[in-house]
Design a protein around this ligand. Structure first.
Ligand SMILES: [Zn+2]
Length: 452
């Protein structure tokens, strides 16, 4: 029989506002939160409560990686299709474990190599492998000559890979329909270019209004969400006007784009995702090829513009999400929580504001029915126990050793990342020793199971 689990003596950040409860209690039954608040207000005299004393550790909701590329194998941006699909699939299983172990209990796919996201989502859902609750993305949908279409025609590989090229509204509909057939949750579409991409720069719209409208209409009819790559104000406007759900980047905003975002702030989410650009600024040769001086200067300007744009969006109440483009050689899997540091250091947010972006707002982006992102009665039990205080130092979330446990759907995961034995169990075993056997995961990490 499942017991009701009582987490006591917690510094509790519920993420329904920016407050911290010094002596907090959370009651979990099965996979749901049944109480979350001050210990002094908790009244339940049931005899079947299993208490776990957190000794003052920090308790917060699980975070959402809002621009996830779990199928990327920590390679350079032009090498994404070079990992064989079999190896990429295995890597993605490791990446899912690492993402969950990094405190991200949910992830919104923003483009997947081959059809990996879909199969990964199912394996996680079925309990075959540990990983975040995943909205599976499809391949990158773009026009011929868009930023999704990077390989010259003479070198085009004979595999599906990452880019899917569709031109014209009817072909775009066919592309989206094929994603529906392949059980994708999120259609990723490229609306403009990239400073690195000579044939499609930011501001150069690579789809017409008709094509974008067709993609969104077809996706929404089939209960899929739409995520986009939009760096320029023009591409952001196109995204908002045609009903895109998740806008990636939004580096450059004019007054009209900001106003459109403000008017649609209840339904649209924006994720700046500039982690790799910051690494590129530190070392322009880090991606594995030599950029031109013009490109280096363009990215420096883009980072400056992004800082200004995020501040503007925050001032008008647009929800800005954490995460983005981790899984490249310069932004390896496991470093996702660096984004919260960027939110504080670059975008001028307080630590609690950055936490709210990662939890409350990310949860709302993932699940509009409101089951995720805060620790409140009636929500799913996705939470993190942290040995440290992210409100005082947001970087503690980057240290996997300080993540005592990650709870997803009421299941406790400990030591998902690092050298200690991985343990998955129900909450009743959180503070109990379990007899274990050891087997190995794909990268040799010890994997412990309870002896039955
Ligand atoms: Zn991306």
């Amino acid at each position: 029989m499942t017991k009701n689990i009582l987490l006591t003596n917690a510094r509790l950040f519920r993420a329904n506002d920016d407050s911290l409860i010094d002596d907090g209690t959370v009651l979990i039954k099965d996979n749901m939160i049944r109480y979350s608040g001050p210990t002094k207000d908790f009244k339940d005299n049931s005899t079947d409560l299993f208490p776990v004393d957190l000794n003052g550790q920090f308790l917060m909701p699980g975070m959402t990686e809002s621009h996830a590329h779990l199928s990327y194998s920590n390679n350079g941006p032009t090498e994404l299709e070079k990992t064989p699909v079999e190896e990429a699939m295995l890597n993605s299983m490791d990446n899912a474990r690492v993402m969950l172990g990094s405190g991200f209990t949910s992830a919104i796919g923003f483009g997947s190599v081959h059809r990996i996201d879909v199969f990964l989502r199912d394996a996680i859902k079925n309990g075959q492998i540990p990983g975040p609750r995943l909205k599976a993305s499809g391949r990158d949908l773009g026009s011929t000559g868009s930023n999704a279409d990077l390989t010259p025609d003479y070198a085009r590989p004979d595999i599906d890979g990452l880019g899917m090229f569709c031109d014209g509204p009817y072909e775009v509909r066919r592309g989206v329909r094929s994603m529906a057939k392949n059980r994708v949750d999120v259609v990723k579409i490229f609306l403009d270019g990239e400073c690195m991409c000579d044939h499609a720069q930011p501001g150069q719209l690579t789809y017409t209004d008709e094509e974008v409208a067709a993609a969104v209409d077809e996706a929404h009819k089939r209960n899929m969400k739409v995520a986009c790559h939009s760096r320029s104000a023009a591409a952001v406007k196109q995204a908002v006007i045609h009903g895109v759900d998740y806008i990636g980047h939004a580096n450059y905003l004019d007054d009209e784009a900001l106003d459109l975002l403000r008017k649609n702030k209840d339904r649209v989410f924006v994720g700046p995702a500039i982690a790799w650009e910051l690494k590129f600024m530190e070392d322009p040769y880090c991606l594995g090829f030599a950029p031109t001086q013009k490109q280096i200067e363009a990215y420096a300007k883009e980072v400056e513009a992004t800082i200004s744009s995020v501040k503007k969006m925050k001032s008008v109440g647009v929800r800005v999400l954490v995460g983005g483009d981790y899984g490249l050689n310069v932004t390896p899997h496991g470093t996702y929580a660096k984004d919260l540091e960027y939110f504080v250091r670059l975008f001028g947010m307080t630590s609690s504001e950055a936490l709210l972006c990662a939890t409350r707002d990310g949860g709302a982006a993932f699940d509009s029915s409101g089951m995720l992102g805060t620790l409140e009665e009636g929500k799913l039990a996705d939470l993190l126990i942290i040995n440290g205080n992210p409100l005082e130092d947001i970087t503690v979330l980057q240290n996997h050793d300080q993540i005592t446990a990650v709870v997803k759907d009421g299941i406790v995961h400990q030591n998902l990342v690092g050298d200690s034995p991985y343990i998955q169990n129900d909450l009743a075993k959180l503070s109990q020793e379990a007899d274990t056997i050891t087997r190995k995961t794909s990268k040799g990490k010890p994997f412990l199971e309870k002896v039955i």
